[in-house]
Design a protein. Structure first.
Lengths: 488, 208
């Protein structure tokens, strides 16, 4: 085995060095987070992990599950899907009293494993430079490495989304060569898609958008090569993907709907998020909510009181509260809030904001430099390159085009976050996983535009993919233009 | 029209074989050197090793997972904090921390928004649900009459521009005689339950 690993290392020293650097940075930064207790939403994920571990325990011991505990700690108020709870559950299964340092260690090991798997998958399918890019950005951004020791699912969702896109590129390439997707492809794609959603429910939009675009591209290119006969395997694998997705979403949707006595599909937090982001926060509870709490807990408490008095579901009440709080939203106020959200999205001082105990002074000196200044130094220029990548159109090779389209669809869908939700400093970590890859797409497009290499046989560009990219670029420019004009 | 001669399949095959042979001779076969043999053997061994390692890793992980699951009931239960879904405090009127005047009942669905003393009167603010304002007014009048309180002790204000399916429908403000704490339930000490909020409690409008 050692020989095998050594041969691999020799085969690609640049990538190996880059991956090793990313893992080393991560290991060094553990020193800073090891003794920080789980905070904020991390506590909810830990509770879900504990309750899920107890569920397994009960089932193995042939006891009835503790449904009250599951409702309280896994469903809670229906805000968080159970992805991170599932990630944490094995730890609490073997070590029920594990402390927060052990939890951070476990979370860091899992994120390291997923990073390595993603880098290898990217290298195999897209080539070494894409893999190197992924190791450099986001894996070498210090604040990303710090957040990889936390229980927030954003970062893992980004990596799994990359795995999903890579797999889709493989399927599209095979389709281009006249090879329809297999049942197995469908099963794997469905699994990866629902994993992304479970880890970070807001990434559902990115999954949905790619699920719309990819089959259209696939059917078009397959139809040209193999005619109508190709439609059957595409349908079979699409149905398989959909079945796996629905089958793994259903336990959550049903469980949350039963626990909250209302209809829940993914998350209940959207109406409150919209109200807090764009509405009048002093009107969310048809007037001010009870003082002494937060913009998230106080509205839920009010909705639960209404539900208790009337028998209506609390989610229905939260919807009505949100509509009430947003009744004075204008195009201008909305656009201004979106701009403000983007500013918050770009402020990636996640370490200071998310991990530090609320009463502790802000980090100074070295750690401050690492967590904020250095991270921003890297993040700033890369985010401009990613923005440029969203605007250029790849037109030389089908394989590049397929990746470019999927990356753009994924990135744009993730960047809708500031349009619907108060942005936090950790949200970029989902889109960030696609950022490094987008920079390589930009570089290849620029190189091709200058050198105009001959088109390779079987990799001729597809007009549909060119048209899709123009549409996406135009939509991006138009959206930015409209928001800037309205907010200005 | 003369019939075309039937193709002589034997001749075609012969011709094809000859051409193929000629082409074959143009393509040099790979020299089977000891290097090639060693390289092929090494690649084969590499693939085999890869498959063995993968299988071993999967088997070890599966055994570990099954063992963990099987021994887990003996290791004790994990203790979640449940802090993200605290129990909903009881309704302060039902709990009776600060009772309403005798005879005054609230016969409609409501939630208490705030309670407190202002200018020698107790001011109790509620939101009511589901019913229209006239119905709430009627029920309150009956209750106020029963309690011997003037009807203007209650103001009933529906929310403007209510959607038809609105659950919460308006505000009731009751101006009542002062009430004393009448229960030793520890919950009655918690402003979050009694809704008698201290003035220094910050509004829940900051992002956190």
């Amino acid at each position: 085995m050692t020989g095998l690993v050594l041969r691999r290392l020799r085969a690609d020293p640049v990538l190996t060095a880059c991956l090793a650097a990313a893992l080393l940075l991560k290991a060094v930064l553990f020193v800073r987070v090891a003794d920080l207790p789980l905070r904020g939403d991390e506590v909810a994920y830990r509770d879900a992990g504990c309750a899920l571990a107890n569920l397994v325990r009960d089932l193995v011991a042939l006891r009835g599950p503790d449904s009250a505990e599951l409702a309280r700690d896994v469903v809670g108020s229906g805000w968080f899907m159970p992805g991170m709870g599932i990630v944490l559950a094995p730890l609490y299964l073997v070590a029920p009293a594990a402390d927060d340092t052990a939890a951070r260690l476990w979370l860091g090991l899992v994120s390291a494993g997923v990073l390595v798997l993603t880098v290898l998958a990217v290298r195999r399918s897209l080539g070494r430079w894409y893999a190197v890019a992924l190791c450099a950005f986001p894996a070498l951004v210090p604040v990303w490495a710090l957040l990889s020791w936390t229980a927030y699912g954003d970062l893992l969702a980004g990596l799994v989304l990359v795995l999903l896109l890579v797999r889709l590129v493989e399927v599209l390439r095979a389709g281009r060569a006249g090879e329809p997707p297999t049942l197995r492809d469908g099963l794997v794609l469905g699994f990866l898609a629902i994993t992304v959603v479970h880890l970070r429910s807001s990434a559902a939009l990115a999954v949905g958008a790619t699920a719309l675009v990819a089959p259209v591209v696939l059917v078009t290119s397959l139809h040209r090569r193999a005619g109508r006969t190709a439609l059957k395997p595409v349908t079979v694998s699409a149905v398989a993907a959909g079945a796996v997705f629905a089958g793994l979403l259903l336990p959550w949707s049903v469980g949350a709907s039963v626990a909250l006595d209302d209809r829940v599909i993914t998350t209940t937090s959207v109406p409150t998020a919209l109200a807090n982001t764009f509405g009048d926060r002093s009107e969310v509870c048809f007037g001010p909510c009870d003082p002494g709490s937060t913009v998230w807990f106080a509205p839920v408490r009010y909705a639960r009181e209404v539900a208790r008095a009337t028998g209506h579901g609390e989610v229905t009440v939260l919807d009505q509260m949100s509509e009430h709080a947003r009744r004075d939203v204008t195009a201008r106020s909305y656009a201004q809030d979106v701009v403000e959200n983007f500013e918050r999205y770009r402020a990636i001082d996640g370490f200071g904001a998310l991990l530090k105990p609320p009463d502790a002074p802000h980090d100074e000196g070295f750690w401050q430099w690492v967590a904020r200044d250095l991270s921003l130094e890297i993040f700033g220029p890369v985010s401009w390159l990613v923005a440029a990548a969203l605007l250029v159109v790849s037109r030389r090779r089908f394989s590049d085009q397929a990746l470019a389209v999927l990356l753009k669809v994924g990135l744009l869908a993730l960047l809708t976050q500031p349009f619907v939700h108060l942005s936090g400093s950790r949200y970029w970590t989902t889109a960030g996983a696609l950022g490094g890859l987008a920079v390589v797409v930009l570089a290849r497009t620029a190189y091709d535009a200058i050198r105009r290499p001959p088109v390779e046989d079987g990799d001729e560009p597809a007009p549909l993919l060119t048209a899709l990219q123009w549409t996406l670029s135009a939509a991006t420019v138009a959206t930015v233009g409209v928001v800037a004009t309205l907010a200005g | 029209m003369a019939d075309l001669a039937a193709p002589d399949e034997g001749r075609i095959e012969h011709r094809l074989r000859r051409d193929l042979h000629a082409v074959d001779e143009l393509i040099p076969g790979p020299a089977v050197t000891s290097d090639l043999v060693a390289d092929t053997r090494r690649r084969g061994a590499g693939l085999l090793a890869h498959r063995r390692v993968t299988t071993a890793v999967v088997v070890v992980l599966a055994v570990l997972a099954v063992t963990a699951v099987l021994v887990s009931p003996a290791l004790g239960r994990a203790q979640p904090s449940s802090s993200y879904r605290p129990d909903l405090p009881a309704d302060p009127i039902e709990l009776g921390c600060y009772p309403l005047p005798r005879g005054l009942t609230l016969d409609f669905p409501y939630q208490v928004r705030s309670d407190g003393d202002l200018g020698g009167r107790r001011v109790l603010t509620l939101h009511w649900d589901e019913l229209d304002a006239a119905e709430v007014r009627r029920r309150l009048d009956t209750a106020l009459d029963r309690a011997g309180l003037p009807r203007d002790a209650a103001t009933v204000t529906p929310f403007p521009d209510l959607p038809r399916d609105a659950v919460v429908r308006g505000t009731v403000v009751l101006r009542l005689p002062l009430a004393r704490l009448a229960s030793d339930d520890p919950e009655c000490q918690d402003p979050a339950t009694t809704k008698r909020f201290p003035p220094d409690w910050a509004p829940s409008t900051t992002y956190g």
